[in-house]
Design a protein around this ligand. Sequence first.
Ligand code: IPE
Ligand code: IPE
Ligand code: MG
Length: 251
Amino acid sequence: MAKAMQSAVPINTPRHVAIIMDGNGRWANARGLPRTAGHRAGVERVREAVRTAAEAGVQYLTLFAFSSENWNRPKEEVSDLMGILRFFIRRDLAELHRENVIVRVIGCRQTIEPDIRALLNEAEDRTRDNTGVTLVIAFNYGARDELVRATRQIVAAVKAGQLDDATIDEMTLSAFVDTAGVPDPDLVIRTSGEQRLSNFLLWQAAYSEFVFMPCLWPDFDRNAFHDALAEFNRRDRRFGAVPTPNMAVGS
Ligand code: IPE
Ligand code: IPE
Ligand code: MG
């Protein structure tokens, strides 16, 4: 059985997969449970996703955990989500470290509670020298906020004489956004059937392939991940060039 699933792993594996983990609330609603139960069930899928990514040869897995707009949710839900992140780092960091995972965090670190900031810093510090898959946690992340922060840093560097404004190009911006050093995502998956980016990786996803899946995040298992990888494998990425001959219409 495991062998059969292995053989379904696409040959053309994306180097970087980014996932908008959506649908926790609807998963809970469908069961008559509070939304928090959906968030709890959702966090239980994270380790499986990291393992599946590693097995498939994906080198970077970015997970959208909390957006800069999610502060607009009721106070209790925000507080539950903060609690779940604390729980996840405290419970799973040692195991992620054992599995050689490098943890990296993107998003605004200034406006989160100090103990969460400390946990996120610890996760990055402890796993920095690992050599396995990189798990990028997007927490308090919003792409527009990221681009504003990057712009401010670029302006500061120019003012300080560390950067010549005449040399600013796309690579400069890529070096100043939170994902500096991480390749752009090849594949962006969104669960729950919604088909929007919700302020996720606007700069980095310029040429990503998008796979929107109806399944809710707490149901996103290994097989669902493999389905998304298989769909990616059927895509023809062109980057503005002409289609490759085998994709020509009628061929
Ligand atoms: C995703 O699930 C988790 C976060 C955004 C933190 P939702 O909580 O958005 O679930 P739905 O979209 O309401 O079902
Ligand atoms: C996007 O989901 C954010 C995360 C998955 C963390 P949302 O549920 O917040 O997005 P919208 O509000 O449906 O666009
Ligand atoms: Mg949602």
